[in-house]
Design a protein around this ligand. Structure first.
Ligand code: UDP
Ligand code: MG
Length: 159
């Protein structure tokens, strides 16, 4: 039941100074950060990360958006981490994301608005959508020696 999930604070989140606020959300619930770095990915890497969306009408705009500035990527570990991270992140469209979720608290646009503007949907954060996606994404973004095993107090009081 202990899983790992990939989280990326997208360029809009980094440029808006939300890195600390966002990381705090995951630490607050006792999820463990086991790897973290800032990267400015190129088009090719972005196309690989979002390869499942390559036939979607928003693909080009999405690749443009995720490469427009540096991102902060991290791997969190915990019980049902993939589902738990998605719950904290909220609905893909900030317009539908509940208050209390990261997308619901820090954004409000709809994907319809983004597509009308010809832009990628700025929704602050990425999180793996399934266990399989998490495994593939962690392999793409992190080398083995960039991840660390250690014990947190949460393992005594939260897990
Ligand atoms: N996206 C977009 N237009 C859409 C749907 C998605 O620009 O109509 C962007 C948005 O930034 C989203 C990303 O594409 O986060 C990946 O889409 P996905 O459906 O995988 O949503 P997520 O897993 O990020 O919630
Ligand atoms: Mg997704």
């Amino acid at each position: 039941m202990i899983e790992r999930s990939l989280v990326i604070i997208k360029p809009d989140g980094v440029e808006r100074g939300l890195v600390g606020e966002i990381i705090k959300r995951f630490e607050n619930v006792g999820l463990k950060i086991v790897g973290i770095k800032m990267m400015w990915i190129d088009k090719r890497f972005a196309e690989q990360h979002y390869s499942a969306h390559k036939t979607k009408p928003f693909f080009k705009e999405l690749v443009g958006f995720i490469t427009e500035g540096p991102v902060v990527a991290f791997v969190v570990e915990g019980v049902h981490a993939v589902d738990n991270v998605r719950r904290l992140v909220g609905h893909t469209s900030p317009h539908e994301a509940a208050p209390g979720t990261i997308r619901g608290d820090f954004a409000h646009i709809s994907m319809a608005y983004a597509s009308k503007k010809g832009l990628g949907g700025k929704n602050v954060i990425h999180a793996s959508g399934s266990k399989k996606e998490a495994e593939e994404e962690i392999k793409l973004w992190f080398k083995k020696d960039e991840m660390h095993s250690y014990t947190t107090v949460h393992e005594k009081h939260v897990f």
